[in-house]
Design a protein. Structure first.
Lengths: 320, 288
């Protein structure tokens, strides 16, 4: 008999339709305890809609969301230990930051009030706590949004593009804060279209495209996938294509920008070079392409799902 | 952002927020909003202006052609009753709509609905707290207006007895009591206006539309009452119920219009309240 606790986030078959428009088209994700989980996708991919469903703000057309095993559609009690914000955090502009936090703490329960000072200190807003939120900059509101989330002493933090609109220093501070919260044991789900943000703070990602997950896994696995793309230029590309197709370990052979491109591991690529020479094809260029997470992101969210070679890449290696 | 650990041991049994929490904080929020003072200011200013107008009126001993108007210069207690008659046309519906029409729509305007709905409150608790505050505001405005009218009227015309609508003389203390009971009876149609405001606020998600819409509904109902051939509908119009308090100023007290006001206003108010509730409970918070 297993005694495993349910994961912080378990989403199955999540669909949201608005009339003919499908905003989210069957999302499945599992976020485990301690993850800093990046929910990555271009604008309009369905990230915010998914987060809204996770927080119980909108009803799924199909599918289910479980936060620590509880359904946020059934009761707000499912949000115990959960905090966050979708889109920009919002507050009552005519009240001070502190007054807003007092209101939210009251709506959270009595012991949340005792965390206000610490939360304000954590986001460096204690000096401006008496100012009306209406006079706050976007960055200060983002920080206040984090403070408001921390009042709930969450075990799971759901943040929708927390660094959007921040200046470089603000973005760095936000990343450091998220990292520190994760180090303290908090599970974080972070939607973003900023790849650097995700690369720096997340250990796992889901990449969403047109409401569908096109990749879910670790950054490391994604990075491994990124290193296996090769480009090949020979004296006889037609013959070389035949050799590639027949060679074990060489996959996804295609022509791109006047060269051949394929995916392979290092050993298979070495074997290929030998096979090409034996077939009488001279190699002019055989270069592994270091495909960045950004390249993969664009290939996954814009192309057919296969990473592509940049049009005019710098040759990293030349094998003859 | 400074490196301070926030997490601390959880309290053993933290209290859970409820309708009372929402009610207190919605009242607090009203303190910060100009519209609150606009409505309450009008409730105070109108009786004062009325008293000033009476003071400078040259023909002070006219009879008047509506209830209690002839008594304005003889008893200050007539003034709140006359203002109740005038106020029913648009002033009190507008004051009521200022908060009732805004209370949900402003959350959409500020984008704060998603903020409060991701705390530890159920939607129905938020709805109940807000609805109670909208009603409280309207009730306070009416009672404030009535009290200022009593004071201003008594300063101007004295704390004197009133003649009831049946022609009997009612002592000043008894008249004062009847004035306040009349104000309470007046709250019955006001409660229906609150419900209409709440519905429009939840439906339109736009403060201006909901406030103006509530006033328009109130005026339209009055208009129906004066259309030719519609006199039969008069007893069942919301606007008619604003005169139900006059039953108190007859000898003996005529309870029929008050009882009718209770069920007629319930017929207007309860479906609106239920509609507002369902809209608020079921809506997707895709924007604010």
């Amino acid at each position: 008999m297993t005694n495993a606790l349910p994961p912080p986030v378990e989403v199955r078959g999540l669909v949201k339709r608005y009339g003919d428009l499908t905003a989210v088209a069957g999302v499945d994700i599992t976020v485990n305890t301690g993850d800093v989980y990046g929910y990555l996708g271009p604008n309009g991919a369905g990230k915010t809609t998914s987060l809204r469903m996770m927080l119980g703000l909108i009803r799924p057309t199909e599918g289910s969301v479980r936060l620590f095993g509880r359904d946020p559609q059934e009761s707000v009690r499912a949000l115990e230990g959960v905090a966050g914000f979708v889109e920009a955090p919002t507050f009552y502009p005519y009240m001070s930051a502190r007054r807003n936090l007092e209101l939210l703490a009251a709506y959270d329960g009595a012991d949340a009030t005792s965390r206000i000072d610490r939360a304000l200190q954590m986001v460096d807003l204690q000096g401006r706590q008496r100012d009306r939120v209406g006079a706050y900059s976007h960055g200060m509101r983002q920080r206040l949004g984090i403070a408001a989330a921390l009042l709930r002493d969450p075990r799971l933090l759901l943040l929708d593009e927390p660094a959007t609109g921040l200046d470089p220093a603000g973005m760095r501070d936000m990343r450091l804060l998220i990292r520190r919260l994760a180090d303290e044991g908090m599970t974080v789900v972070l939607s973003s279209h900023l790849l650097t943000e995700v690369e720096e703070v997340c250990n796992r990602v889901a990449i969403v495209r047109s409401g569908r997950i096109v990749y879910e896994g670790t950054i490391a696995a994604l990075a491994r996938g990124a290193g296996t793309l090769y480009r090949l230029a020979t004296t006889n590309d037609g013959r070389a294509e035949q050799v590639c197709a027949a060679q074990p370990g060489i996959e996804d052979v295609r022509r791109e920008h006047g060269r051949l491109a394929f995916t392979a591991d290092e050993a298979a690529a070495a074997e290929l070079s030998r096979a090409l020479v034996e077939a009488g094809v001279l190699i002019r260029e055989l270069a592994p392409q270091t495909v960045t997470l950004e390249d993969l992101f664009f290939s996954l969210t814009e192309g057919d799902g296969a990473p592509s070679v940049p049009e005019d890449p710098e040759p990293l290696e030349l094998a003859t | 952002m400074s490196a301070i650990a926030l997490r601390r041991p959880r309290a053993a049994a933290p209290s859970r927020p409820g309708v009372g929490t929402v009610y207190r904080w919605e009242l607090t929020k009203l303190r910060y909003q100009k519209r609150t003072y606009l409505g309450l200011g009008a409730s105070i200013l109108v009786p004062i202006l009325f008293a000033v107008a009476i003071h400078f009126h040259h023909d002070r001993h006219h009879g008047g052609d509506f209830a209690f108007s002839g008594y304005l210069d003889r008893s200050g207690l007539a003034m709140p009753l006359v203002i109740l008659l005038f106020g029913a046309i648009w002033m009190f519906p507008l004051i009521t709509a200022l908060v009732a029409g805004d209370i949900f729509a402003s959350e959409d305007h500020n984008g704060t609905l998603k903020t409060v709905l991701t705390r530890s409150l159920e939607r129905h608790e938020l709805f109940a707290g807000k609805a109670l505050v909208a009603a409280t505001y309207a009730f306070v405005a009416i009672l404030l207006d009535g009290s200022v009218a009593v004071i201003a009227g008594c300063i101007e015309s004295g704390f004197n007895s009133l003649q009831s609508l049946s022609g009997t003389i009612v002592s000043a203390p008894k008249s004062l009591e009847l004035v306040y009971v009349s104000l309470l009876v007046y709250l019955i149609p006001i409660a229906a206006i609150v419900c209409i405001g709440l519905l429009l606020s939840a439906l339109t998600r736009n403060s201006a539309a909901a406030v103006v819409g509530t006033l328009m509904v109130s005026l339209l109902i009055q208009l129906i009452g004066i259309l030719p051939g519609m006199s039969g509908s008069q007893p069942y119009l919301l606007s008619t119920q604003f005169s139900a308090w006059q039953g108190l100023l007859r000898t003996p007290i005529d309870w029929a219009p008050i009882i009718r006001a209770a069920w007629v206003c319930a017929l207007y108010g309860l479906p609106c309240l239920a509609g507002a509730f369902l809209v608020f409970i079921r809506r997707d918070v895709a924007g604010g």
